[in-house]
Design a protein around this ligand. Structure first.
Ligand code: 4AD
Ligand code: MG
Length: 432
């Protein structure tokens, strides 16, 4: 039998008409002769009202049998209802139960995080988790739109790689038949090759870091957007980044008002986020931290408390630029006036969300790249192809990587990145 199903998000197009919706029972309340069904179909939530005196006995009884997360087809008339959140209500005329669900493990009472994480496959049905995943999808849409509209091409770097990009300490090792292989930490090196072929490119894919850190900002598997641009210098790279992040925020504000409301996100803080963003140098950041009681010396990397202290001075993301060459990746271009620092920037989000972007201008000089290979003891065999890029028509180029989950956590105002991805891989969690 084919049913002409409607979606809850579209009920406003069916005012005073009959619709049938495939859905689940989220919650139920009854007052004698009336049952109020809170229904969800993934596209939204709606209240359906069953009035005993207006429906056949079977329909009344079917409504009575429905338990949390039972699946059904409901038929009813769409009524405008200014009191309800969605603005619409359904007056039920028919119910066809697909399955009565028993003992659904996530009840409206409070559950601990571990319990919820064990039931992540069901937890994602809850209104809060749904809102987060909808916003994540919108952020991805905004990202693709931003680059597609600016002449970038999407390029997919490999996941299985013979060598590392961001150092060897947190590589996931695997066998590739008889060879050793690693899950990618970043597609950047391949994106540099792609930029020399297509000019402006971006990748969007999963990256893996076997980080032994159990913090609210770290995942083992996370998604990164990595643009790479030929003929673009450090300063222009920062301009692309601030435009990019402003665009993402605006797109979520424009399209996800309901979801931000479910999350009770203070959107006044997001409305501020418009380019340009403030910039401070690493040197200035160190002086500021030292003046404010932090024990940190020039040459040390920032930890989360440092980043948060710096971010608190601003109501927008802030760029920290020109880090010491020593503590940054081998491929970053030294400042020609001051080779002890590199032409790089980390973008630190406001409200304590930490680094959301890492980027830099890349070394384009073949001799300097050779020197770095020696210093960092990189295998010329594994990376010969990368050295070729500096040999055959090298050009100035820059790029960056935005961590999707940290961006989602910030925009949604979440305590932890574990809720930003459907099935998080954490230090002690591979299930479900
Ligand atoms: O700063 P990172 O390590 O930069 C790179 O990988 C460069 N190759 C990017 C490039 O220039 N193409 O990582 C980039 C971003 C970080 O700013 C952070 O947002 C995110 O990736 N990130 C993580 N997110 C969640 N969990 C982790 N363990 C992360 N590690 C990095
Ligand atoms: Mg970084």
């Amino acid at each position: 039998m084919s049913r002409n199903l409607s979606m809850i998000r579209d009920v406003d197009q069916h005012k005073d008409q009959a619709v049938t919706i495939g859905c689940w029972l989220h919650n139920k309340r009854s007052s004698g002769k009336i049952q109020f069904l809170q229904l969800r179909d993934g596209s939204g939530f709606i209240q359906a009202v069953v009035v005993k005196s207006d429906v056949p006995n079977e329909v009344w009884d079917a409504a009575g049998k429905l338990t949390q997360e039972s699946s059904l087809y409901v038929t009813g008339t769409v009524r405008e209802d200014t009191r309800s959140k969605s603005g619409y209500e359904l007056t039920v005329t028919g119910i066809e139960i697909i399955q009565v669900s028993s003992d659904y493990p996530i009840t409206p009472k409070e559950h601990g995080v571990d319990y919820l994480m064990d039931h992540r496959h069901l937890w994602i049905r809850s209104p809060r988790q749904r809102a987060i995943l909808v916003i994540r999808a919108q952020i991805i849409r905004a990202i693709q739109q931003f680059f597609d509209e600016r002449g970038f091409h999407l390029v997919d770097p490999p996941i299985l790689t013979p060598s590392s990009c961001e150092g060897t300490t947190n590589l996931f090792h695997t066998k590739y038949f008889d060879e050793d292989a690693f899950l990618t930490q970043s597609g950047q090196l391949y994106m540099e090759a792609a930029a020399m072929a297509l000019g402006r490119v971006y990748s969007f894919g999963p990256t893996f870091r076997a980080e032994k850190s159990k913090t609210r900002r770290h995942l083992i598997e996370f998604w990164m957007i990595e643009p790479e641009m030929a003929f673009i210098t450090h300063e222009e790279n920062l301009e692309v980044q601030e435009q990019f992040v402003s665009h993402i925020i605006q797109s979520v504000l424009d399209n996800c008002g309901k979801e931000l409301e479910v999350l009770e996100r203070d959107t006044t803080k997001l409305k501020n986020i418009q380019a340009p963003f403030p910039r401070i140098t690493y040197d200035e950041a160190i002086s500021f931290l030292q003046a404010n009681g932090h024990e940190i010396e020039w040459g040390e990397d920032f930890g989360a408390p440092h980043e948060t202290a710096i971010a608190e001075k601003y109501d927008k993301p802030v760029f920290i630029t020109h880090y010491p060459t020593e503590i940054k990746a081998f491929y970053m271009k030294p400042d020609p006036n001051r080779p002890e620092v590199v032409l790089c920037a980390d973008m630190i989000a406001p409200e304590g969300y930490g680094e959301i972007i890492g980027g830099s201008q890349r070394i384009d000089d073949p001799e300097l790249m050779e020197e770095r290979f020696t210093e960092h003891e990189l295998s010329r065999e594994a990376y010969q192809w990368y050295l070729d890029l500096r040999k055959y028509g090298t050009v100035p180029h820059s790029g960056f990587g935005l961590g999707l989950e940290r961006t989602v956590a910030w925009i949604c105002g979440l305590d932890h990145v574990r809720e930003t991805i459907p099935f998080p891989r954490l230090l002690y969690r591979l299930y479900p």
